[in-house]
Design a protein around this ligand. Structure first.
Ligand code: AMP
Length: 217
């Protein structure tokens, strides 16, 4: 069964790629960022607590995120893609424990590599549909009508954490806390490096090649 982890900085394109891949291969797309944003929208206890961290570009505490993941995994019976998780060594180690308890294994860890300068440009130009979640980029993939989603006519918005100051903080958190995980998975032979600075289709093809290889073993 295909069970993937997508690593990469915010703005590396992992969310959009994960969504597309999940659709094509009928996998569950488990995005901790999406789960937390849904909790904020629904004004739950979790959402209220997570909001202060997210607005500042800080990470939500490990025990909270691991609790969410455990709940998600016990509901799942098909393959999945983790998008935005794990983000710290403690989360990677916590995930290992949960997987052992469930008797399952990760097939591959895809790491989308991209320079910080490109990330800042991408995130500042990113817009999302409030209604269907479709992603746009004002420079490389603008909507046909300004501020309106091509697919559903919904309103486009800029994520509150896509502002220059918060982006700088998210990147620094990423380098400090998330990058060390790469070595954790490399030493287990699971890490696959992919150049995320190329066009969407080229990156998709490289990721699909990884999935097809996993699927055939
Ligand atoms: P994302 O949509 O993946 O860019 O996540 C947006 C924000 O949600 C992050 O900046 C964090 O504040 C929070 N978040 C998402 N995933 C995690 C995680 N695995 N651990 C801690 N915080 C997270």
């Amino acid at each position: 069964m295909i069970r993937l982890i997508f690593l990469g900085a915010p703005g590396s394109g992992k969310g959009t790629q994960a969504k597309r891949l999940a659709q094509k291969f009928d996998l569950d797309h488990i995005s901790t960022g999406d789960i937390l944003r849904d909790a904020i929208k629904a004004q739950t206890q979790l959402g209220k607590m997570a909001r202060t961290f997210m607005d500042a570009g800080e990470l939500v505490p490990d025990n909270v995120v691991l609790g969410m993941i455990k709940e998600e995994l016990t509901k799942r019976c098909k393959g999945f893609i983790f998008d935005g998780f794990p983000r710290t060594m403690a989360q990677a180690e916590g995930l290992d424990k949960i997987l052992k308890e469930l008797g399952i294994q990760i097939s591959s860890v895809v790491n989308l590599e991209i320079a910080d300068s490109l990330i800042v440009k991408r995130l500042e130009a990113r817009r999302l549909c409030r209604n269907c979640g479709q992603e746009y980029n004002l420079e490389t993939k603008p909507p046909k009508v300004e501020g309106v989603c091509d697919l559903c006519g919904g309103e486009l918005y800029k994520r509150p954490d896509d502002t220059p100051e918060v982006i700088v903080n998210r990147l620094s958190v990423y380098h400090q806390k998330t990058r060390p995980i790469e070595e954790f998975y490399r030493s287990r032979g699971l890490l696959v490096q992919i150049d995320g600075s190329r066009g969407f289709d080229e990156v998709s093809d490289s990721i699909e090649a990884v999935v097809e290889k996993n699927d055939s073993v």
